[in-house]
Design a protein around this ligand. Sequence first.
Ligand SMILES: NCCC[C@H](NC(=O)CCC(=O)O)C(=O)O
Ligand SMILES: NC(=O)OP(=O)(O)O
Length: 314
Amino acid sequence: MKHYTSIHDIDNINSWIEEARQLKENPLKHIELGKNKTLGLLFFNSSLRTRLSTQKAALNLGMNPIVMNVSGDAWGLEFEDGTVMNGSTAEHIKEAAAVVSQYCDIIAVRAFPTLTDKEKDESEQVLSAFQKYASVPIVNMESATGHPLQGFTDALTISEHTLAKKPKVVLSWAPHIKALPHAVANSFTQAMQKMDVEFVIANPEGYDLNPEITGDTKIYHNQEEALKDADFVYVKNWSSYEDYGKVKNTDPNWMITKEKLGNAKFMHCLPVRRNVIVEDAVLDSDSSLVIEQANNRTYAAQLVLKKILENSPS
Ligand SMILES: NCCC[C@H](NC(=O)CCC(=O)O)C(=O)O
Ligand SMILES: NC(=O)OP(=O)(O)O
């Protein structure tokens, strides 16, 4: 594998899950693989899990991680071609990506969407520019439209908690005060579409995700109906896609409660706002898988880095 930018880079999700489970059993088995290799982590946005678990994954493979908060610490980056750079940006992505490629064997990038410019977000301006101008493999640590390290983690976590039958997995929208990206919901949807699960989505009207991503997946506008007989309830807020980036609904009746969850397991990528997205009683119960999900981020990232290292010239 050259880059990991989308769930579509996973050729066989079941074999990936199996390999990640093996890494989890013996995380230091491949400690020689990344010796003398450098992973650069570039953050345009905040992070706790991705920042630490991806470094941990690199360390487990014997790699040296180096991290930079690009927004704030680096020079303002220009992404448009042919611009007269007499404004706020001091360095073009052409130079920046070429320079960082000399220091790193793999570059991982986090760059959230604008949520105001749909076209720019859908073109994945930042991630695509790194792919275009860097000379080393690129890993997506949450871009404008996808969070494939999270999506694969979630598939791994569901597999670990799946008993014999084909589980029913519900992705439910929940309210939030801010306009949030679609990335987590998109990658979770794409991961579930590759798994042997019954997968449905619940969201209020006006909140359907990009139809090119949801495809044939059934979408309910009635949460109670969608949650019936669920085994896993994956909860996430996202802003409107149709009315791009807008918060049109903050109805607290969409918050997940213990009563709504029933016997299902609760999942969320974190960070989560307690008693807005989900009530305390759920997060503080044995039904919550959120801490296990966060743990699995290390092994998901480790598998991705391992596959890239195995495919790279030494
Ligand atoms: N990486 C996981 C989620 C990141 C981001 N959440 C947030 O921005 C939450 C911020 C807040 O609750 O203020 C998102 O939804 O894509
Ligand atoms: N789930 C996740 O990506 O968390 P961070 O935003 O803290 O990295």
